[in-house]
Design a protein around this ligand. Structure first.
Ligand SMILES: *[C@@H]1O[C@H](CO)[C@@H](O)[C@H](O)[C@H]1NC(C)=O
Ligand SMILES: *[C@@H]1O[C@H](CO)[C@@H](O)[C@H](O)[C@H]1NC(C)=O
Ligand SMILES: *[C@@H]1O[C@H](CO)[C@@H](O)[C@H](O)[C@H]1NC(C)=O
Ligand SMILES: *[C@@H]1O[C@H](CO)[C@@H](O)[C@H](O)[C@H]1NC(C)=O
Ligand SMILES: *[C@@H]1O[C@H](CO)[C@@H](O)[C@H](O)[C@H]1NC(C)=O
Ligand SMILES: *[C@@H]1O[C@H](CO)[C@@H](O)[C@H](O)[C@H]1NC(C)=O
Ligand SMILES: *[C@@H]1O[C@H](CO)[C@@H](O)[C@H](O)[C@H]1NC(C)=O
Length: 305
């Protein structure tokens, strides 16, 4: 009798729990779909994650020099990773960033005119194939005003910037690297590009190509920063749950140097939910960064998380 009662009770509990879970899922779903845009990319992380040691995940030979016999030997104890997000505006972090041993930036994020918030040194700049023209057409900004011996890494599909591509883009970056020979220019090898894809799959459970995802420059930069730096302070990156939780949250431009550009959260949620064609998974990437932050010495500031 008692046993039976207990069994019944636990059965009822199970049913209640199931209903609760279902309701929560429904509420969550409808609160997302009420925004119309944000049905998130379904990363299936937790079951799939096999932790990768990013300090030595792909050997030393991932980077090819564009000119001369250089090897990518940059190592820093502490790095400032300055994002391109307009969350850096008003931070007044310029001096602090300048004082970091190494300063890492992305694409064509400028320093001139924004020094008080982003500093003016650049040790390493990671540039997407799609941003090459924007960087090289303003050499005064991106190629003159740099630290001693600063480094630029170009990433992109091997058929665009690979050595064997011999296309316009490859010739352009090769010419630039000869002209500015006091800087060091590298491209990412095809085999390392594949490793970046595999890493995405290991960390999210989704095949990058089959899930129509594009990796962002932020993804490449974070991984390279972990390889290079003992500890990293990230400026201007929002946490993964930032967009969508507060419907009325303040709109801020996606890039600090494009005040009239698209809203950051709109950019993130539209991409995350994008199905047709390829899309960035900015939010999923940040979920992975949150995990890496526990594994490596990474902290986030402006906003802090
Ligand atoms: C390039 O550098 C490596 C080691 O840094 C050296 O072993 C090799 O001989 C160099 N090659 C040329 C052509 O200078
Ligand atoms: C400059 O950086 C490149 C690439 O990291 C390295 O091969 C070279 O030895 C460095 N040169 C100096 C003078 O530090
Ligand atoms: C550091 O950043 C400040 C902006 O706060 C800038 O004015 C200054 O020139 C920078 N100093 C160095 C050494 O780069
Ligand atoms: C590097 O070389 C370029 C072109 O020769 C020059 O304009 C620039 O001032 C140099 N930068 C440094 C830090 O020496
Ligand atoms: C940063 O700014 C300071 C002065 O404000 C200047 O002396 C220094 O050369 C600048 N550094 C770079 C890398 O532009
Ligand atoms: C660049 O390197 C040279 C030689 O190592 C050094 O004299 C100079 O002070 C350095 N410049 C900067 C801005 O660090
Ligand atoms: C992590 O980085 C902070 C500075 O950002 C430093 O003070 C601390 O010692 C580092 N911890 C480890 C374990 O490296």
């Amino acid at each position: 009798m008692r046993l039976n009662g207990k069994g019944q009770q636990s059965h009822r509990m199970a049913v209640l729990l199931a209903i609760f879970v279902l309701m929560t899922a429904l509420i969550f779903y409808s609160s997302n779909s009420s925004e119309g845009l944000y049905s998130p990319f379904h990363a299936v992380t937790n079951n799939f994650v096999k932790s990768t040691n990013l300090k030595k995940w792909s050997g030393k030979d991932g980077y090819i020099p564009l000119y001369r016999n250089k090897s990518f030997t940059l190592r820093c104890q502490s790095c400032a990773l300055v994002t391109s997000s307009s969350h850096v505006l008003g931070s007044g972090a310029g001096n602090e960033i300048n004082r970091s041993e190494c300063v890492i930036r992305m694409n064509d994020a400028p320093t001139i005119g924004y020094e008080s918030d982003v500093g003016n040194r650049t040790t390493l700049r990671v540039v997407a194939h799609a941003s090459v023209f924007r960087v090289v057409r303003r050499p005064n900004e991106f190629l003159h005003q740099t630290d001693n011996n600063s480094t630029i890494i170009f990433w992109g599909p091997p058929n665009k910037i690979g050595k064997d591509a011999k296309g316009t883009l490859y010739r352009l970056i090769q010419r630039v690297s000869m002209t500015y020979s006091n800087l060091s220019f590298f491209t990412i090898t095809p085999s390392k590009m594949r490793k970046f894809d595999n890493l995405f799959q290991r960390e999210t459970g989704r095949d990058r190509q089959k899930s129509h995802s594009w990796l962002s420059t932020g993804w490449f930069t974070m991984v390279i920063a972990i390889e290079v730096c003992d500890n990293i302070k990230v400026y201007g990156m929002v946490p993964p749950n930032h967009c969508g939780t507060k419907p009325g949250s303040k709109k801020v431009p996606y890039h600090y140097y494009k005040p009239r550009g698209p809203d950051e959260c709109l950019m993130y949620t539209q991409n995350e939910g994008g199905r047709r064609g390829n899309h960035h998974r900015f939010i999923t990437e940040k979920q992975v960064f949150r995990r890496w932050a526990k594994q490596y010495n990474i902290s986030f500031t402006h906003p802090e998380w």
